[in-house]
Write a protein that binds this ligand. Structure first.
Ligand code: GDP
Length: 324
C-alpha cells in the first residue's frame, strides 16, 4: 500500500508545535506560501509537558492540522548524558499533544520521529519494515524509545478512533536555525562552529569525535519541511514514512566538506575516546519518492547556506562572536 491520499490545507488552521526548533521553524517558513493560518505558541505561553495547559491551548485555538515538531533533541553526547529528559520529556510532550489533538477533533496530525528508531544493525538502506526488528543503538535509545512510542500513539489513534494521524522519519538533518551548543549539538552544527572558531583563532588542528568511519545521510531541513507539507497533503497510512536524501558519507568525509565550506585550512584529529554511535543509518526513502517527492538542496550548497545563517547569528546557543 502506498498511502497516497489527497488533503487540502488551503485556508486551514495549522498548529506547528515546536516552532522555535530547527525543524519547526523550517516548517513555518515552508507553510508561509500555502495560504493557511499558522498557529504557534511560545514556551512561556504553552509548556507542552503540561497536560492541562496543552489541552486548554488547543481548545482555545482549535487547529485543524497539527505538525508535531516539538521535542527535546540533541546529539550523541546529550542523548547519553540526559536519559531522563530525552525519554520522559518527549513521552510527556507526545502524549499531551496527540491526546489533546484527538480531544479537540484535529483532522490531520503529522508526528515527526527520527531514523534512530530503527535497530542498530538494521539492513541498509533501512526500510520502514525494519522497525522493532532488533536492539537499538544504546547512545540514543532513550530518544528512540520515546519516538517509537509517539509513532505507535499515532497508529493506535488511527486504529481505535479513526484519527488521520501520520508519522514521518527524517534522516540526520542540518540547516538554518540549528542548535550550536558546544557539547549537545549534532555533528553538522558542532563542526560548523568548531571549524569557524579554529579558523578565527588560527588553531592548527580541530578535533572530530569518534573514528570518522561511521556513515551518515544528511538532509537539509528546508527539504524536510517541504516533505512535511507534501505528506500533509498526500499521505495517509498507519505506516511511518522515511524521508532521506540519499546523500550518505563517512563522518571523516563530512568533516572535510564542512572544513572546506567554512574555509578552515588546518588538520583534522579524531578523538576515539568519543562514541561513534551507530555504524550506518541510510534510509530507504523509496516510498516517499514513489509518491513523487524528492529533495532539492545538495549537501555542499546546503552547508554553505547553514554557515551563512550561523554567521548571521541565527542559530541557538550561539553565545560566541560568529563574525568572520
Ligand atoms: P547520531 O547520528 O545520532 O549519532 O548524531 P550526531 O550528529 O550527534 O553524531 C553523528 C556522528 O558524528 C557520530 O559518529 C559522532 O561521533 C560524530 N561526530 C564527530 N564530531 C562530532 C561532534 O563534534 N559532535 C557530535 N554530536 N557528533 C560528532
Amino acid at each position: 500500500m502506498t498511502g497516497a491520499s489527497t488533503y487540502n490545507i488551503f485556508g486551514k488552521r495549522v498548529f506547528v508545535a515546536g516552532h522555535r526548533g530547527m525543524v519547526g521553524s523550517a516548517v513555518v517558513r515552508r507553510l508561509a506560501s500555502e495560504n493557511c493560518t499558522i498557529l504557534t505558541a511560545d514556551r512561556r505561553e504553552l509548556d507542552l509537558t503540561k497536560e492541562e495547559l496543552t489541552l486548554r491551548w488547543l481548545e482555545a485555538n482549535h487547529p485543524e492540522i497539527v505538525v508535531h515538531a516539538a521535542a527535546k533533541v540533541g546529539g550523541i553526547a546529550a542523548n547519553n548524558n540526559f536519559p531522563v529528559d530525552f525519554l520522559c520529556d518527549n513521552l510527556a510532550i507526545e502524549l499531551n499533544v496527540i491526546r489533546a489533538s484527538h480531544a479537540v477533533g484535529v483532522r490531520r496530525l503529522l508526528f515527526l520521529g527520527s531514523s534512530c528508531i530503527y535497530p542498530k544493525h538494521a539492513k541498509q538502506p533501512i526500510s520502514e519494515d525494519e522497525l522493532l526488528t532488533g536492539p537499538l543503538e544504546p547512545t540514543n535509545e532513550w530518544y528512540a524509545i520515546a519516538k517509537i512510542a509517539g509513532l505507535k500513539m499515532c497508529q493506535a489513534h488511527r486504529r481505535q478512533h479513526g484519527d488521520d494521524f501520520i508519522s514521518a522519519m527524517p534522516t540526520n538533518l542540518y540547516g538554518p536555525g540549528d542548535n550550536y551548543h558546544p557539547d549537545h549539538s549534532h555533528v553538522p552544527a558542532a563542526l560548523i562552529r568548531r571549524f569557524h572558531e579554529a579558523k578565527l583563532a588560527n588553531v592548527p588542528t580541530v578535533t572530530v569525535w569518534g573514528t570518522g568511519t561511521p556513515r551518515r545521510e544528511f538532509l537539509n531541513v528546508d527539504d524536510f519541511a517541504d516533505a512535511c507539507v507534501f505528506l500533509l497533503k498526500q499521505y495517509s497510512s498507519d505506516m511511518p514514512i522515511n524521508v532521506g536524501s540519499g546523500d550518505e558519507l563517512s563522518i571523516a568525509d563530512f568533516a572535510t566538506t564542512v572544513a572546506d565550506v567554512v574555509g578552515y585550512k588546518g588538520k583534522l584529529v579524531f578523538d576515539t575516546s568519543k562514541p561513534d554511535g551507530t555504524p550506518r543509518k541510510l534510509l530507504d526513502s523509496s516510498r516517499i519518492r514513489g509518491l513523487g517527492w524528492r529533495p532539492n538542496i545538495a549537501l555542499r550548497p546546503g552547508l554553505a547556506a547553514a554557515y551563512a545563517d550561523f554567521l548571521k547569528g541565527h542559530g541557538r546557543h550561539l553565545e560566541v562572536n560568529a563574525s568572520s
